[in-house]
Write a protein that binds this ligand. Structure first.
Ligand code: G1P
Ligand code: ZN
Length: 541
């Protein structure tokens, strides 16, 4: 095998979602090669194994796909399945890994981070269940990157990534596949496409913002071609290497155009957006933004209306900072609710064990046991299926939901780029005072319970500590303080605020006003302004 000598980089530590760096760092000679070889060295795939390769189409995607293909050939893989153009959304890659019983997959993406020559790039390894590699594997990969001395790569011409079909690279088969077909077929098994098609034919209007990222081809194929939505339903539908210069992050800040369109008098009935690699979703009805936490609760409450979930749900899982709205649905359905640390990987074991069917995070991630990643278009299609069967608007559905379960007003305040010591001190001080908080009165709120969230995985007993400070008030409202685990500059403090109003309570408040007492309580508890030196959060979602 053509072995090439190399020297280690010291900074190839995979984060929550693989190795993420600036493109210029990935462009250093051997940078991608060292990481990919470290993955191959650690995973120990048997000779002849299948590997899935694809990414979100951002700048540098094609270059790294070619590198991965020739390295796989030199490392004993028998087959590499790659999406045409080097494209595979994260959910589509997760599905392909499962469908082809592949040993694993390399997903090239930096999710919702900006792209282009000045932007970010990333490589993530997913294991055979289709989900992100667990920490023991990513830790071993990192250890390997620090000692690596050579990598194996076959020399030769590039594979034509735009031509579907099979070619041989040094005896290994490279199969270029339609990136959409298998994923669209999976969606068709889960949802009642006829019902959605007929709702659209009756005049239901939708708008999907693909943010010039990977979901464009998927949304064109599924929403327009298969479900009959008129051309123009999908906006920003061609993937661009720099996402048109925007942050492909589907929230109220970066998808503001969609938000404005949905709040206009002639708004469509339903609006949605997805992120760079297609795993996040934003849902907006005419005149009503649905928080991701409420979306999870509403989807769980109505999922059995879609054929794929007609048998009911085994359980619901939400990350700890996600609002407790889903808990009330789980209680009504008589199924378990799991509260996990932040990050999709904690859902994987529950899904594998058949303990949960639907999962969600407040950061616009929702999904189910159909794959092992969150899935933006899946959430959109489940919403459409539910609306088609129930024949109601988003606003009607949410109003009825709140009248049944009560309403959880919710917001997340982010303070970005803080000095790490200051942010750590804020958390440490709060932590030190947790024991004295129960019973304390803050305005009209009385603290019922306060702790630093710890989690023990019910399937394998593994423990995760210090996952964020929870302050629960009597009556079901809550404040959570947590430091981001994905930031790249300084520290990001996330303050999660939720106010619970029971079904016979005040259901029509403006969110900002509804949360004012909680914002004041958070300030009293943590002295945020003084400690961060900030008058207001940088981002409110
Ligand atoms: C953020 C989100 C979290 C999500 C993660 C990866 O992590 O809050 O829900 O799983 O990105 O997409 P954080 O920066 O808060 O650690
Ligand atoms: Zn993403």
């Amino acid at each position: 095998m053509p072995n090439i000598a190399t020297i280690p980089f010291t900074d190839q530590k995979p984060g929550t979602s693989g190795l993420r760096k600036k493109v210029v760092e990935f462009q250093q000679p051997h940078y991608a090669e060292n990481f990919i070889q470290s993955v191959f060295d650690v995973i120990g795939a048997p000779a002849g194994a299948t590997l899935i390769v694809g990414g979100d189409g951002r700048f540098h995607n094609r270059t790294v796909v070619q590198i991965a293909v020739r390295m796989a050939a030199a490392n004993g893989f028998g087959r590499v399945v790659v999406g045409r153009g080097g494209i595979l959304s994260t959910p589509a890659a997760s599905h392909l890994i499962r469908k082809r019983a592949a040993f694993g997959g390399l997903i090239l993406s930096a999710s919702h981070n900006p792209g282009g020559p000045e932007g970010d790039f990333g490589i993530k390894y997913n294991v055979g269940n289709g989900g992100p590699a667990p920490e023991k594997i990513t830790d071993a990969i990192f250890a390997r990157t620090k000692t690596i001395t050579q990598f194996s790569r076959l020399d030769g011409p590039d594979v034509d990534l735009d031509l579907e079909g099979e070619v041989s690279v040094g005896g290994m088969i490279v199969e270029v596949v339609d990136p959409v077909a298998d994923y669209a077929a999976l969606m068709e098994t889960l949802f009642d496409f006829d019902a959605i098609r007929s709702m659209i034919a009756r005049g239901f209007r939708l708008s999907f913002d693909a943010m010039h990222a990977v979901t464009g081809p998927y949304a064109h194929a599924i929403l327009e071609q298969r479900l009959g939505a008129p051309q123009g339903t999908v906006v920003n539908g061609s993937p661009l290497e720099d996402f048109g210069g925007h942050h492909p992050d589907p929230n109220l800040v970066h998808a503001k155009e969609l938000y404005d369109r949905m709040m206009a008098p002639d708004a469509p009935d339903f609006g949605a957006a997805s992120d760079g690699d297609g795993d996040r979703n934003l849902i907006i009805g005419r005149g009503i933004f649905v928080t991701p936490s409420d979306s999870l609760a509403a989807l769980a409450a109505n999922a059995q209306l879609a054929p794929g979930y007609a048998g009911g749900l085994k359980g619901i899982a939400r990350s700890m900072p996600t609002s407790q709205a889903a808990d009330r649905v789980a209680a009504a359905l008589g199924i378990p609710i799991f509260e996990t640390p932040t990050g999709w990987k904690f859902f994987g074991t529950l899904l594998d064990a058949g303990m949960a069917t639907i999962c969600g995070e407040e950061s616009a991630g929702t999904g189910s046991d159909h794959i092992r990643e969150k899935d933006g278009l899946w959430a959109v299609l489940l919403w459409l299926n539910i609306l088609a069967v129930r024949d109601v608007s988003v606003a009607e559905l949410m109003t009825e939901h709140w009248r049944t379960y009560g309403r959880t007003y919710y917001a997340r305040h982010d303070y970005e780029g803080l000095a790490t010591e200051g942010a750590d001190a804020l958390m440490a001080d709060l932590r030190a005072r947790l024991a004295e908080l129960p019973g304390r009165r803050l305005g009209d709120l009385v603290v019922g319970m306060a702790d630093d969230f710890a989690y023990t995985d019910p399937t394998d007993g593994s423990a995760s500590n210090r996952q964020g400070i929870r302050i629960l008030f009597e009556g079901g409202s809550r404040i959570v303080f947590r430091l981001s685990g994905t930031g790249t500059e300084g520290a990001t403090l996330r303050l999660y605020l939720e106010r619970y109003e029971p079904a016979d309570g005040r259901l029509e408040l403006v969110t900002g006003e509804a949360l004012a007492p909680l914002i004041a309580a958070a300030e009293t508890l943590a002295d945020i302004r003084t400690r961060t030196g900030r008058e207001a959060p940088d981002v409110i979602t």
